[in-house]
Design a protein around this ligand. Structure first.
Ligand code: NAD
Ligand code: ZN
Length: 387
């Protein structure tokens, strides 16, 4: 069964659709026809060797069957390739292949391919149609929805980019079967994050799913006798996650700096202040992004408890669900002081005050400036996760 979430991107008159289900890659052509305006006949698939090797041919064949002329551009695998060099190569490829404004770019892969392809699509000929086929959990519940695209520079991550909405997103949950264990944990940490700031409903749904399907056996559920139930539950969870993110984005597409209410897009950064600081301090080597967010959520929840706004039982229940997402790697060779300094330079800083996303309850975030939080309290929370 295909679940469909309809999205109305701010400022756009038309809605676009996110299709979620099993076995959907085979329908890529039909889906593209549905998303794209008639007239264009070319699609450039942006992927990497690994993902294209797993899923490229089925997507390509399906596009071709639907009448598209398909070209393929493969980037190198890894966050470090989401950069100017790759962007330039991709733009040159589109020019060589004589892509026009009637044609489209389709990413097939995780957030790295999606962010790079989306940014290239936003600037090539001042914008050509973009399709997203996310194949990691992070990209299915987070990066493919919401229209943020970007590349990294020597000064930091995601510093050059654009808000650019896709014409459609195709989420085939079967692709998650081949995802390495740490990528799954990283994704489930973001899933827990969205639950923690969304409301009790999504948080409980996430917890139940992780309890019913322990992450360590994940790939086995796809072929087990009860795979039908599993796939329905997984698609249901992803649908609920996507719908939540879409709702937040619709109300605050560009993450308005002035907003400080608990439905602003900023709440999606729960766990990210310390998360980003940990990634930076470990030189992006020790932790996957979601794993860093896992630690960051614990730190933010500790601060919330120490401020007296979040009770002890809620803290425990959050930590328990993060543990269900999988084991976080032990943090080595870093000091609380280094992490604190890195957090003070987080790019989410507006002016001189860092906005912390804290919790009053599970599902009830609150935005608080760091001028209202004692430095010692922040340091204490960092010490707690480094233990
Ligand atoms: N735009 C946004 O709103 C947003 C939100 C969150 C994250 N991001 C960005 O997304 C990126 C992280 O995305 P990610 O976690 O998907 O990382 P990623 O794209 O690097 O993918 C992780 C790894 O999994 C591999 N892979 C992908 N699909 C696979 C599959 N089905 N089976 C086996 N292996 C597979 C990839 O080749 C890669 O090695 C970061 O650059 C981050 O900044 C953007
Ligand atoms: Zn994140």
């Amino acid at each position: 069964m295909t679940n469909i979430v309809k999205i109305k991107a701010p400022g756009e008159t038309q809605t676009y659709q996110i299709w979620i289900g099993a076995g959907l890659l085979e329908k890529s052509g039909e889906w593209a026809k549905h998303c794209l305006a008639a007239g264009g006949n070319k699609i450039a698939i942006v992927s990497n060797k690994k993902v294209f090797g797993l899923y490229g041919s089925v997507v390509k064949k399906s596009f071709e069957k639907a009448g598209y002329k398909v070209s393929v551009w493969l980037m190198q695998d890894g966050e470090q390739h989401k950069n100017f060099g790759s962007l330039e190569e991709l733009l040159a490829f589109l020019s060589e292949e004589k892509f026009t404004r009637a044609d489209a770019v389709a990413s097939l892969g995780g957030g790295v391919a999606g962010d790079l392809a989306g940014f290239a699509a936003s600037v090539y000929l001042r914008g050509i149609a973009m399709l997203q086929i996310p194949t990691t959990l992070v990209s299915q519940v987070d990066s493919s929805v919401g229209g943020k695209t970007a590349i990294n520079t020597a000064y930091g991550k995601n510093l050059i980019g654009a808000f650019y909405q896709p014409k459609g997103v195709l989420i085939d949950i079967d692709t998650l079967q081949t995802l390495p264990r740490r990528e799954l944990t990283s994704g489930f940490c973001e899933v827990v994050k969205q639950g923690a700031v969304s409301g009790r409903g999504l948080f409980n749904k996430t917890r139940e799913f992780l309890k019913n399907y322990p992450v360590r056996n994940f790939s086995g559920y796809f072929t087990a006798a009860q795979s039908k139930n599993f796939k329905a539950d997984l698609a249901g969870l992803i649908k609920a996650q996507v719908a939540f993110k879409a709702r937040i984005v619709a109300g605050d597409e560009k993450e308005s700096l002035s907003r400080a209410d608990n439905r602003s897009r900023k709440i999606l950064n729960f766990g990210h202040t310390i998360g980003h600081a940990l990634e930076k301090t470990t030189h992006y080597q020790q932790l996957k992004h979601g794993e860093a967010v896992g630690y960051g959520m614990i730190a933010a929840a500790e601060i919330s408890k120490n401020l007296g706004i979040f009770d002890k039982n809620s803290l425990k229940s959050l930590i328990d669900v993060i543990a269900l997402a999988g084991r976080l790697p032990r943090l080595k060779n870093i000091t609380p002081e280094e992490v604190f300094r890195a957090a003070a330079f987080d790019k989410k800083k507006a002016g001189r005050v860092t906005t912390w996303i804290l919790l009053k309850k599970i599902g009830e975030p609150v935005l608080i400036g760091d001028d209202k939080i004692q430095t010692s309290m922040i340091k204490k929370s960092i010490k707690a996760i480094l233990k």
